[in-house]
Design a binder for this molecule. Structure first.
Ligand code: IVH
Length: 684
C-alpha cells in the first residue's frame, strides 16, 4: 500500500470506527461486535504506526494521551461559566417567576426543564469541526485544560457530526438557522458545555473491581467523575469510562430557544438527555419535578434536581446575571437523598437459606422524596463497623437501586440509653439454633424448614379469609422476605413506599397499589383478625366462635384453658393451642405490634334472628347476588356455622353456579342441597 492509498484507507477507517462509536456511545445502540470493532481499530493503529505523519488529533487512536502531565494548563473562559441559584420548593420557584416577570412584564414565560446531573461541568471547543480544547469550570473565569482527559470520553465526538439539511428542517429549523449551523460545524468555532458523569453502573462495577484489587474505593459517582477528569494520567481517566451530556450551546448557531440548543447539540453528535422537556408554564415545571423526585432512582446517573431554564433566549439578555448566577435559570433541587433518623430497633430477617440479616427499624423519614422505615445492616460485622446501637441517631442514604443503607452513626447525639445489639442464640422465626460458620460473616438458622414456615404464615396472614391484602401473593412475599423487609406479619404494616420502589417489579404504580391495599386492610373484623394470627387448629369457624364468645381480642388473649374449653365447638387440644399462642412472649410482641397497626371493627357479630342456629353449612360454586364472604357472614349472623368441607355432619349445602366436588359428595352422602334462591329465602 503506497502512502496515498494508506491515507485513503486511514480516512475510511476513521469514519467507520467513528460511526460505530457514535451508534454505541451516543445513541446507545449496538451495531457491531467488540471483536469486529477491535479489528478495525487495530488496522488503523498499524497504518498510523507506519505513517505517523498521517495521525490527526481527531483519530480514534488519540483518545488516550501519552505521558502523564506534570500539571494542567490554565485557560480563560471567554464566556464565563456561571453557577446556578438553588430553589428548594414550589414557593421558591414561584417567587423566582414573579421576580423575573417583573423585569419582563410583557413576556410570556415558558421553560425548558432539564435533569441536573451530579458530575463535573466542562466546556468543549471545536474549531473547523475538530475538538481542540476542553476545560473545567474552575472559578468560572479561569479553568484547567483537561482536553486529553475529556478525549477519553467516548460520547464526546473528536469531530462534530455534520447533520443533513433535511434532518434540521425536520427539527423545525429555518433556512437561515440551517446555514449557520452547517457553516459553524464545517469551518467555525463552536463552544458547547455539559456535564461529565460516571453512571451508577460503572461506579458499582469499578468499586467491585477496586475492592478485589485492594485499591481505594470511589466515594460516589460524582467524586468518581470529578476525580477522573482531574487525573494527570489520561490512561486512568480512560479506565473510568465516563459519559458526557450537553446542557448548553454557547456559540451563536442561530438558536432562538434553549430547547433549540439541545436540538442542535444532538444533531451535531452529542448526547443530550432525552428526558429533558419543554414546559409551557410553571405547572408543567412542577409536574416534571414531581415525576423525577419519584423516578430519579431509575435513572442511569445521579441526578440531584431539575434545572429550569427560561426558553426564549431573547429574554436571557434582558434578564441578565446577578453575581455569578443568571436570572434566567434556577436549580430546583431535590431534597437530599440522605437524612438523619433514629434506629428504633434492630430485627432479624431470615432468608431462604437460613441466613439471618439484621435490619434496622427506623423512625420513618423522608429521604429524597420517599418515606423510608427500614435499612439493611447486612451482617453483624457491619453493625460493629458502624458501631451502631439501638436508639442511635444515624444518617441513612438511598443510593442506586438498593434498599437504604445506614452510612454513619452520630455518636455525639447519644443519651446513654442506647442499647447494644446482640445476635440471638436462637432464630427469631422458628426458635432453631443460630450458628456462625467458621470464616463466614453470616449467621444462619440451623433449622432447614425455618423460612418455609414463616412464609406459610405470611401467606395465610394476607389471604382472603384473614387480612385480605389484595395483590400480596407468594412471589412478592418471597421478595420482601429476601430483601429483609418482611419477617413477620407485623412487618407488613411497617412497609413504606421508599422500601418498595427500589425493588425489582415495583414500579411506582405497583408500589402505590400495594401500599393502598395494606392500608385498606388496617380495618379488620375481629373474626378475620383472629384467623389471620395463624394459631394452630384455629381456622375461620373457630375464629367466629372465639369472636362471638369474647367480643374483643384482649379478653381472648387473657383467657384460661378452662374458659376456652368451655366454649361450644372448642375442645381441649384447641384450647391449649390458643392458650399457648397467647402466652408466648414472641407472639405477645407480635400482637402488640399488630394492634398498633390495625383497627379491629364490629368486634361482635350482630345477632339476627337465629334461623340457622346449630346448622353446619357448606358453600360451593359461585353465587350470583353475593360474594362468598358476604354469604358466610349472613350465615354466621343467623347462628349457622360455615364449613369448608362436606361430611356426614354437614346439614346443608348451598350450591351456586358451577359447583365443585363438594356438590357430588353432598349428593353421595344424601346431604340436603339448596340453590341460591332458596338460600336467600331462608335468610330473609
Ligand atoms: S446549566 C449557570 N444545566 O450544575 C450555568 N448545569 O449548580 C450552569 N449541572 O456548574 C449550567 N446539570 O455543573 C446546567 N442541566 C444542567 C446541569 C447543570 C448539571 C451542573 C453544572 C453546573 C452546576 C451548577
Amino acid at each position: 500500500m503506497n502512502k496515498a492509498e494508506a491515507k485513503q484507507r486511514i480516512e475510511k477507517l476513521k469514519e467507520e470506527i467513528n460511526s460505530h462509536r457514535y451508534m454505541y456511545h451516543v445513541l446507545d445502540k449496538l451495531d457491531i461486535s467488540d471483536a469486529a470493532f477491535d479489528t478495525l481499530k487495530n488496522e488503523l493503529e498499524e497504518l498510523e504506526l507506519k505513517h505517523p505523519d498521517l495521525i490527526t488529533s481527531d483519530s480514534p487512536t488519540q483518545r488516550v494521551g501519552g505521558e502523564p502531565l506534570d500539571e494542567f494548563k490554565k485557560v480563560e473562559h471567554v464566556v464565563p461559566m456561571l453557577s446556578l441559584n438553588d430553589a428548594f420548593g414550589e414557593e421558591e420557584i414561584k417567587a423566582w417567576q414573579e421576580r423575573i416577570q417583573k423585569l419582563v412584564p410583557n413576556a410570556k414565560l415558558d421553560y425548558f426543564c432539564e435533569l441536573k446531573l451530579d458530575g463535573l461541568a466542562a466546556s468543549l471547543i471545536y474549531e473547523n469541526g475538530v475538538f481542540t480544547r476542553g476545560a473545567t469550570r474552575g472559578d468560572g473565569k479561569t479553568g484547567e485544560d483537561v482536553t486529553q482527559n475529556l478525549k477519553t470520553i467516548q460520547s464526546i465526538p473528536l469531530r462534530l457530526r455534520l447533520p443533513t439539511e433535511a434532518e434540521l428542517e425536520k427539527e423545525g429549523f429555518g433556512t437561515g438557522q440551517i446555514k449557520k449551523i452547517l457553516a459553524a460545524v464545517k469551518s467555525g468555532k463552536v463552544e458547547i458545555r455539559g456535564e461529565a458523569v460516571m453512571t451508577k453502573k460503572v461506579f458499582e462495577a469499578l468499586n467491585r473491581q477496586y475492592k478485589k484489587e485492594g485499591k481505594p474505593l470511589l466515594a460516589n459517582p460524582r467524586n468518581g467523575a470529578a476525580g477522573s477528569i482531574r487525573q494527570l494520567d489520561s490512561k486512568i481517566t480512560a479506565e473510568r469510562q465516563l459519559d458526557f451530556y450537553v446542557y448548553a450551546l454557547i456559540s451563536d448557531l442561530g438558536q432562538e430557544t434553549h430547547g433549540q440548543e439541545h436540538k442542535i447539540a444532538k444533531a451535531i453528535g452529542f448526547k443530550t438527555i432525552f428526558q429533558n422537556q419543554y414546559s409551557k408554564d410553571l405547572s408543567a415545571v412542577m409536574k416534571f419535578h414531581e415525576r423525577w423526585v419519584r423516578q430519579r432512582e431509575n435513572l442511569p446517573f445521579e441526578c440531584d434536581g431539575v434545572v429550569v431554564v427560561v426558553n426564549n433566549l431573547n429574554l436571557h439578555k434582558k434578564l441578565g446575571v446577578v453575581g455569578k448566577a443568571p436570572r434566567w435559570m434556577q436549580a430546583y433541587k431535590f431534597s437530599g437523598k440522605e437524612a438523619t433518623t433514629i434506629v428504633e430497633d434492630i430485627i432479624l430477617q431470615v432468608g431462604r437459606t437460613g441466613i439471618l440479616t439484621p435490619v434496622a427499624v427506623l423512625e420513618p423519614v423522608n429521604v429524597g422524596g420517599v418515606t423510608v422505615a427500614r435499612a439493611t445492616l447486612h451482617n453483624e460485622d457491619e453493625i460493629r463497623r458502624l458501631n451502631l446501637k439501638i436508639g442511635d441517631t444515624v444518617i441513612v442514604r438511598r443510593a442506586g437501586d438498593v434498599i437504604p443503607d445506614i452510612i454513619k452513626v452520630l455518636p455525639k447525639l447519644r443519651t446513654g440509653k442506647e442499647k447494644k445489639f446482640q445476635m440471638p442464640k436462637t432464630c427469631p422465626m422458628c426458635g432453631g439454633r443460630v450458628v456462625r460458620a467458621e470464616g463466614e460473616v453470616a449467621h444462619r438458622c440451623a433449622n432447614k424448614n425455618c423460612f418455609a414456615v414463616s412464609r406459610r404464615n405470611l401467606i395465610h396472614f394476607v389471604s382472603k379469609g384473614a387480612m385480605d391484602i389484595e395483590g400480596l401473593g407468594g412471589k412478592i412475599i418471597d421478595q420482601l422476605m429476601r430483601e429483609g423487609l418482611v419477617r413477620d406479619p407485623a412487618d407488613i404494616y411497617d412497609l413504606a413506599e421508599g422500601d418498595l420502589v427500589p425493588l425489582e417489579r415495583f414500579a411506582e404504580k405497583a408500589t402505590q397499589n400495594l401500599i393502598e391495599a395494606i392500608d385498606k386492610s388496617r380495618e379488620v373484623p375481629l373474626t378475620k383478625f383472629i384467623n389471620a394470627l395463624g394459631i394452630l387448629h384455629v381456622g375461620e369457624e373457630t375464629a367466629v366462635d372465639l369472636a362471638n364468645h369474647f367480643g374483643g381480642i384482649h379478653k381472648l388473649a387473657q383467657a384460661s384453658i378452662n374458659e376456652l374449653s368451655s366454649i361450644a365447638n372448642i375442645g381441649e387440644v384447641v384450647a391449649k393451642s390458643i392458650y399457648e399462642w397467647f402466652t408466648s412472649a414472641k407472639n405477645q410482641k407480635l400482637l402488640a405490634r399488630l394492634l398498633k397497626a390495625v383497627k379491629i371493627i364490629n368486634p361482635k357479630i350482630k345477632k339476627k334472628n337465629q334461623t340457622l342456629k346449630g346448622l353446619t353449612i357448606v358453600l360451593t360454586g359461585e353465587l350470583e347476588s353475593l360474594s362468598r364472604e358476604q354469604a358466610k357472614q349472613l350465615i354466621r349472623e343467623r347462628g349457622g356455622d360455615v364449613s369448608s368441607s362436606v361430611s356426614a355432619k354437614t346439614d346443608l349445602v348451598v350450591a351456586g353456579a358451577e359447583p365443585g366436588s363438594k356438590y357430588d359428595k353432598a349428593r353421595d352422602l344424601g346431604v340436603k342441597i339448596i340453590g341460591e334462591e332458596e338460600f336467600l329465602n331462608l335468610i330473609k
